[in-house]
Design a protein around this ligand. Structure first.
Ligand code: 48F
Length: 258
C-alpha cells in the first residue's frame, strides 16, 4: 500500500539521520548565516556536524534583507567565498549586493550538500556538562517548549558546541544562569547601537571559545563581547563562521592525531 510505504520511508529516513546525529564532532545551536557557513567548512573538512534550529525555516535573519527589502550586502573581499558557494552577486563600490533569498538558499544548499544535518523545529533548551566542560546539548521539539508541555528532553553528545543563536546568545546565557565561570567584558550579555563598520570587525575579534568546549560566533559573539550590531551587512557572519570552523578543525585535528 502506497500510503504505508510513504510513511515508513519518512519515519525510517528521519530516524537513520537522527540516530547518527546523537554523537557528533560539532553541535551548532541556531541555523543563521554564521552557522551555515561554519557547518559548511567543518563538514567539508570531514567532521560530523549537526545544526539545531528552533524555527521551521533555517536561515535566521537572512531571508528579509534590510527592513524586508530582500537584498543584503557583504564586503568585496568575500567574493572568494561567494564563488565557493556558487552564488550570483553584483559588485558595487567595494561592496557586494546579493538577493537575500538566493543567499539564504545557497548557504542552506551548500552545507546540506556537503553533508551537514539540520534538524529544524528543534530547540536547544539546556547544556550537557562533564568535568567543567561542555560536552553536548539538551534538545526538545520547539512546539513542546512553546506549548509548555511537560515533556522531558534528550541529549546529544558533541566534542564542541557552537552558540550561533544570534542576538540572545542563548547558550552562553545558559552558562551564566548557572553561575558557571564565563569571562564577560560586561556585567551581562548586551549589544550596542548599530555601527556597521565597527561591528564587522568586532564580530570577528569576538568569535572564540568562551567556555571549555563552547565557541561563540555571529551576532551571539557581538552580544557576548558587548559590541555594536550591524544590521543587513552579512560579511561578518560569513567570516565569523569560517573562523569558528578553522579554530575547531585545528583543535579536532590535534585530538585525532594524539
Ligand atoms: O540571528 P541569526 O541569523 O544568527 P547569526 O548567524 O546572523 C545574524 C544576522 O542574521 C543578522 C545580522 C547581520 O549583521 O545582524 O541578525 O548570528 O540566527 C540565529 C538562529 O538561531 C535560532 C533562531 O531561531 C535563529 O534562526 N535559535 C536561537 N536560539 C535557539 C535557536 C535555540 N535555543 N535552539 C535552537 N535554535
Amino acid at each position: 500500500m502506497w500510503d504505508l510505504e510513504i510513511s515508513k520511508i519518512i519515519v525510517n529516513g528521519f530516524f537513520e539521520k537522527f540516530n547518527d546525529a546523537l554523537d557528533v564532532d560539532v553541535a551548532i545551536v541556531g541555523g543563521g548565516p554564521s552557522a551555515l557557513t561554519a557547518s559548511y567548512f567543518l563538514t567539508k573538512n570531514g567532521f560530523k556536524v549537526v545544526i539545531f534550529e528552533e524555527k521551521n525555516d533555517p536561515g535566521g535573519g537572512t531571508w528579509g534583507g534590510g527592513m524586508l527589502f530582500n537584498e543584503l550586502v557583504v564586503e568585496e573581499e568575500l567574493e572568494w567565498m561567494l564563488k565557493e558557494f556558487g552564488m550570483n552577486y553584483k559588485r558595487l563600490n567595494g561592496f557586494i549586493s546579493i538577493d537575500s533569498v538566493h543567499f539564504a538558499s545557497s548557504l542552506l544548499y551548500n552545507t546540506t550538500k556537503v553533508g551537514t544535518k539540520i534538524f529544524n523545529n528543534v530547540i536547544v533548551e539546556d547544556i550537557l556538562m562533564e568535568e567543567n566542560r561542555l560536552c553536548g546539548v539538551v534538545i526538545n521539539w520547539a512546539p513542546v517548549i512553546k506549548q509548555r508541555l511537560h515533556v522531558d528532553p534528550i541529549t546529544v553528545k558533541a566534542k564542541y558546541v557552537v552558540d550561533g543563536t544570534g542576538h540572545p546568545a542563548s547558550v552562553v546565557q545558559m552558562i551564566i544562569d548557572r553561575n558557571l565561570e564565563v569571562e564577560l567584558p560586561l556585567d551581562k550579555i548586551r549589544e550596542f547601537p548599530m555601527n556597521a563598520k565597527e561591528g564587522e570587525n568586532f564580530v570577528l575579534k569576538n568569535t572564540k571559545e568562551v567556555f571549555p568546549g563552547l565557541f561563540v560566533m555571529g551576532m551571539a559573539a557581538v552580544s557576548v563581547g558587548g559590541g555594536p550590531r550591524m544590521g543587513p551587512i552579512f560579511g561578518g557572519m560569513l567570516k565569523s563562521g569560517e573562523k569558528v570552523a578553522n579554530a575547531i578543525v585545528e583543535k579536532l585535528s590535534v585530538e585525532v592525531s594524539k
